[in-house]
Design a binder for this molecule. Structure first.
Ligand code: WT7
Length: 661
């Protein structure tokens, strides 16, 4: 039904990236002082190159094991990997107790900054106590190792407590982004058979409390597997509680014992499931396990950000509901004993300098955020960050989508005072950890390029025949060797795991991204080559939004494309054909459909634009030609229409749109 697997040079952001690439010759070598004391040096690459398994065996020493693993990788049944398989450990112990036992209990784990201006300083000792109590609470509710717990929360410290309490008792968590709808929450709960949900009355967004619990109540009408809901009080808004099912967190967790001894689990024990969009309608439950994941995120946070846990103040400005939050706001930072900043709200509340104020206030030294945020700040103007003292910064990270060279240079210049290196980190929910990134003490950065694989990671760019492309050419990004934080499977669907990632190029992990190797062999990411869109760094499936639209009684057919957007990277543009009995749909049909998508998936999935059309362009085999719809959405000259069943369709669409405009 779609023009699947566009060649990389047709992916939406590819042309832009390629043309930038042609005239990009700026280079930013590492600052001398950073290079002089850098964690990663040229020797690190050499070490990984010499013996990959020995290298990862060394990295595993960053973790405290109950039983030390004797084996690094078991790849006897590819693509099902086992890492450190005979080792046992507890992830929460590694993030908490061991730091307290080492005398670092007074170190700050989080500086929490609530949107309304409330703050909390939480030490490792305090966090450990909170997690022990929450673990005891889950045990009292009958949660056992292996049972699934859903977490649906705003960006508050209890989200970390909830995650680690699950990890502590070996109950895989599935965190659902607070911006997802009741339906999206329900489908995730159903897919992995959740027993307990942890939520809050609400959270603060854009200066207002916004409710969460009502969505849980609505979701649970369809989810009989859930027997208890723990509700954190954040906003104090009116919250109906269901007798016998719902419990207030502060009462129920508050009364628990602060004693809990962490039990060790096998390295391959499931740690969490994170749902992400694929190229079909049904979200995929990415499964991460304990030992390899923890080794991967602990090592990469240390390497990519040149982390010095005793002195750095680290801020990942991403929601805990995405993998970036899991790996670099929770597990990596805590396992390394980092002091992090956690911010609840939006960057413009109450003013557009909020982020820079936070950096000044806490002396943040490492900031990690998405290009879409950077482009928004560019739009607001450099005079805003200029008013704050950001001399504490020493590394800037970017994640989630290709960073265009202009945004990279703006970030480096205006946030980094033209002295701080920018690391553009390519990775995915599936990879769990950074895969391609400059190393700030080694790499001379090129604006817009993710550059080279992280030491210990092996990637390639290949053509349709799985052959490595020469320098100066584009193709598909693949990962050629297993890595410790790799997904182990898709929850309950081994076959889909094999089909999605390991079948396109046998023996190679297919990432779904187009990439180019430049003349120096450095890697540039060019956007997705499948039906996945990237809107503000959020992954969205075209099919999923099409299904949501078609589920509305007025819609007969729909096609969704990701059109280039100066701020959000891509924007969702939908074309819909109304059902005959819907007439012209009425004056508010577009608003009605946008609201419907928000209800089905969540406000982040609302199309920027919905165009009501009479026809959709299709090939003779019935596939919708999204390429042409993208041309329309981006106001471009139409591409080749000769493979259409009826090439006049495009004229019809255009006429129809100009008439309705
Ligand atoms: C997709 C993964 C990684 C955590 C956040 C997103 C795109 C991610 C980059 C980057 C170019 C990037 C890719 C990838 N992506 N980082 N630095 N440069 N593209 O995780 O939701 O699983 O999305 O995001 O297309 O496949 P995700």
């Amino acid at each position: 039904m779609t023009d699947e697997a566009l060649p990389a040079n047709e992916a939406p952001s590819a042309n832009e990236a390629l043309s930038n690439l042609l005239h990009e010759d700026r280079r930013f070598p590492p600052p001398a002082d950073l290079a002089a004391s850098a964690n990663v040096t040229a020797a690190t690459y050499a070490e990984a190159e010499a013996d990959l398994e020995a290298f990862w065996g060394e990295q595993a020493k960053r973790i405290t094991w109950d039983t030390k693993p004797t084996e690094v990788l078991d790849w006897s049944n590819p693509p099902f990997a086992k890492w450190f398989a005979d080792g046992t450990l507890n992830a929460a112990y590694n993030c908490l107790d061991r730091h307290v036992e080492a005398g670092n209990g007074d170190r700050v784990a989080y500086y929490f900054e609530g949107e309304p201006g409330d703050t909390r300083v939480i030490t490792y000792a305090e966090l450990t106590t909170d997690v022990k109590k929450a673990a005891n609470a889950l045990l009292e509710l009958g949660v056992e190792a292996g049972d699934r717990v859903a977490i649906y929360l705003p960006m508050i410290p209890e989200a970390v407590v909830a995650i680690l309490a699950c990890a502590r008792i070996g109950a895989p968590h599935t965190v659902v982004f607070g911006g997802f709808s009741a339906d999206a929450l329900a489908s995730r709960i159903e897919d992995c058979g959740v027993e307990v949900v942890i939520t809050a009355d609400g959270g603060y967004r854009r200066g207002k409390p916004s409710g969460l619990k009502p969505a849980v109540d609505e979701a649970l009408t369809k989810c009989p597997s859930v027997h208890h809901v723990l509700v954190i009080k954040r906003t104090g808004q009116d919250t109906p509680m269901t007798e016998g099912r719902d419990l207030w967190w502060d009462e129920f967790v508050g009364q628990q014992s602060a004693e809990h001894t962490a039990e060790a689990f096998p390295a391959e024990h499931p740690l969490y499931i994170m749902y992400t969009s694929g190229s079909t309608g049904k979200p995929k439950g990415i499964l991460h396990t304990t030992g390899g994941y923890l080794v991967g995120v602990t090592y990469t946070q240390w390497a990519t950000f040149d982390l010095k846990p005793e002195t750095d103040i680290f801020w990942t400005a991403a929601d805990i509901g995405w993998v970036t939050g899991h790996s670099y706001l929770v597990y990596g930072p805590l396992a390394n004993g980092t002091t992090s900043v956690m911010y609840e709200g939006t960057p413009d509340t109450p003013h557009k300098g909020r982020w820079w104020e936070i950096i000044e206030k806490y002396r943040v030294s490492i900031l990690y955020c998405a290009p879409t945020a950077i482009r928004t700040f560019m739009k607001w103007g450099a005079d805003i960050p200029e008013q704050f003292d950001m001399s504490s910064l020493r590394v800037l990270g970017s994640v989630g989508e290709p960073i265009n060279p202009e945004a990279y240079v703006w970030y480096r210049t205006n946030i980094g005072g033209d002295r701080v290196p920018v690391v553009d980190t390519w990775w995915q929910t599936e990879t769990g950890m950074h895969m391609i990134s400059p190393m700030p003490g080694v790499t001379s950065g090129k604006p817009g390029a993710a550059m080279t694989p992280v030491p210990g990671v092996s990637v390639d760019v290949v053509n349709d025949e799985a052959e490595s492309v020469p320098n100066g050419s584009g193709g598909y990004l693949v990962i050629t060797k297993p890595w410790p934080a790799m997904l182990r499977t898709l929850w309950g669907d081994d076959q889909r795991y094999v089909d999605t990632y390991w079948s396109r190029f046998p023996g190679l992990y297919f990432a779904g991204d187009g990439a180019k190797r430049d003349e120096d062999g450095d890697i540039w990411l060019l956007g997705r080559v499948d039906d996945v869109m990237n809107v503000s760094g959020h992954r969205m499936s075209t099919t999923e939004i099409e299904s949501a639209l078609v589920s509305h009684p007025k819609v007969a057919e729909s096609a969704v494309v990701g059109a280039s957007d100066a701020t959000t990277g891509q924007a969702i543009v939908a074309f819909v054909i109304l059902r005959a009995d819907a007439g012209d749909g009425g004056p508010d049909v577009v608003a009605e459909l946008r609201a419907h998508v928000a209800k089905e998936i969540g406000p982040i999935a609302k199309p920027r634009q919905i165009m009501v059309v009479e026809e959709l362009p299709k090939t003779r085999s019935g596939k919708i030609m999204r390429r042409l719809l993208r041309d329309i959405a981006e106001n471009r000259e139409l591409g080749d229409v000769t493979t259409l069943t009826d090439s006049t369709v495009m004229n019809l669409i255009k006429e129809n749109l100009s008439a309705s405009a």
